[in-house]
Design a protein around this ligand. Structure first.
Ligand SMILES: [Zn+2]
Length: 469
């Protein structure tokens, strides 16, 4: 997270999620000969270690241009999960780049991708092995990559998601189907991803491709009853054409920002603020290691500048500049990358039934209850209740994204989990955990005859909606 001080000098935490990075090796052939581009998880972490100082340097050296101030450089980055920092730093003092919370990564058009049929099976495996290690698993979010025109592409998407990948990357130009985006094969891959609740990011080189992707995504959505979240990578490298913003105006369409630099950023925001709910549709990305520290710093510091603040405030509105920045830099990504239990509702219910006999604690039952209700209501979020041995009266935090907004609950357990009290913290203005207003806590558990607690669904949903007014 990036910690900034707002106009009242109170700390505001901006989550940071990079929605576009590559891991692996790719062959580069030029007139001067062949070489390899390599990117490893630690290389990306190192980028963020530098970025922290670059952001600090730019803002402190030109303070008049910014509506936030900063503490010393070492203090502007903070881990989202302090326990992870403790755990990792016990063993080594490697640089950790705590300014970034999560990093989405997927294969390059790499040296392995043609070694299997369908393509990318080995590349996907490589990305998993690199990121699902003790050092990186807490922060890297691996996405799978396929060639949508391959026979077996759908099976590879399903298999890689079953192995822990949480999104899909498609590159129509590198895989040679840029002329046939509007096709049955592409539509079916999109529907598969939607069914698995994973987002799809496309490489988008220009506005024509953006229009084709939007067309096929709309077709795919018409035939199914679940969302298909599609991200236009690089925002099509086009910051000024109406077509791009028309695409973004459709539901379940998003834009990722890698490649934008300097003046581009200002031009882009001058246009994108006309899109309905624009602040919920933009996802920060770097495309590391094609782009690096300078582009990322251009983008992030713009969101903290007076130019951005004035633009947001003149455009309407009830949107607060820092809240918009927090969504763009991380909140939106966390909303559309769903937790792994968020599959289709039937599957979650089935899992619940088949495993409910072996429960050891009531808190676990509560957790399953919660997942069931949230899945049924199509609400995503993180449930931080994974420690069933937690002591009595321990206070935990449950946070949920609902209707594009974040709400957190303080959760207190009593009487061996027979009583659970949820107190919503309305958290609209801040993505961090500072309570703005609280509403009355309520007991949300009813005891059944067998003395197993059960979450009162209606009470819980009322709390959820009441907290978001
Ligand atoms: Zn890329």
């Amino acid at each position: 997270m990036i910690v900034v001080l707002d106009e009242h000098d109170s700390p505001f935490h901006l989550p940071l999620v990079d929605f576009h990075t590559h891991i692996g090796r790719v062959k580069i052939e030029t007139t001067k000969g062949a070489s390899q581009r390599v990117n490893r998880p630690q290389d990306i972490i190192n980028l963020y270690e530098k970025l922290q100082y670059e952001i600090h340097r730019r803002i402190t050296q030109n303070q008049d241009a910014y509506y936030v101030t900063l503490l010393e450089a070492e203090k502007i980055s903070q881990p989202l999960l302090p326990a992870v920092q403790m755990l990792l730093e016990l063993n080594s003092n490697k640089s950790r780049g705590w300014i970034v919370d999560h990093i989405v990564c997927f294969p390059f058009n790499d040296i392995f991708h043609k070694k299997t049929s369908p393509k990318f099976v080995k590349s996907n495996q490589y990305v998993r092995h690199q990121t699902q290690s003790f050092d990186f698993t807490f922060r890297f979010i691996p996405f799978s990559r396929v060639d949508a025109t391959d026979e077996g592409a759908i099976e590879e998407v399903k298999a890689s998601v079953a192995l822990g990948m949480r999104g899909l990357k498609l590159h129509t130009m590198s895989q040679g189907w840029i002329e046939s985006i509007v096709s049955t094969s592409c539509k079916e891959v999109l529907q598969t991803a939607g069914e698995l609740s994973i987002p799809i990011i496309f490489d988008v080189p220009n506005k024509g491709v953006a229009v084709d992707i939007t067309t096929i995504a709309e077709e795919a959505r018409q035939e199914v009853n679940y969302p298909i979240n599609v991200i236009l990578g690089h925002s099509a490298f086009d910051y000024n054409s109406e077509e791009i913003f028309n695409c973004l105006n459709k539901d379940q369409m998003f834009a990722e920002t890698s490649g934008m630099r300097g003046k581009d950023v200002e031009i882009y925001f001058n246009n994108v603020v006309k899109v309905n709910r624009w602040e919920e549709k933009i996802l920060f990305g770097t495309d590391s290691n094609y782009f690096g520290v300078l582009q990322a710093a251009d983008f992030i510091t713009f969101l903290l500048s007076h130019k951005f603040k004035e633009l947001v405030e003149s455009n309407s509105s009830d949107i607060k500049p820092l809240t918009a920045a927090a969504k763009i830099l991380g909140g939106n990504a966390l909303r559309i990358i769903r937790p792994s239990w968020f599959k289709n509702p039937q599957e979650t219910l089935k899992e619940h039934r088949s495993s409910s006999k072996g429960y050891s604690t009531n808190l676990q039952i509560l957790q399953t209850n919660l997942k069931q209700i949230l899945t049924k209501e199509n609400i995503t979020g993180t449930i931080d209740l994974a420690k069933p041995e937690t002591k009595e009266h321990a206070v935990q935090v449950l946070s949920i994204e609902h209707l594009g907004r974040k709400i957190s609950f303080i959760l207190e357990t009593k009487d061996n989990y027979q009583n659970i009290i949820l107190s919503p913290i309305s958290n609209l203005e801040r993505i961090d955990s500072i309570p703005i207003e609280s509403i009355a806590p309520r007991e949300v558990v009813s005891k059944s005859r067998r003395r197993k607690p059960r979450l009162k669904e209606q009470t819980f949903l009322k709390l959820l909606n009441g907290g978001i007014t």
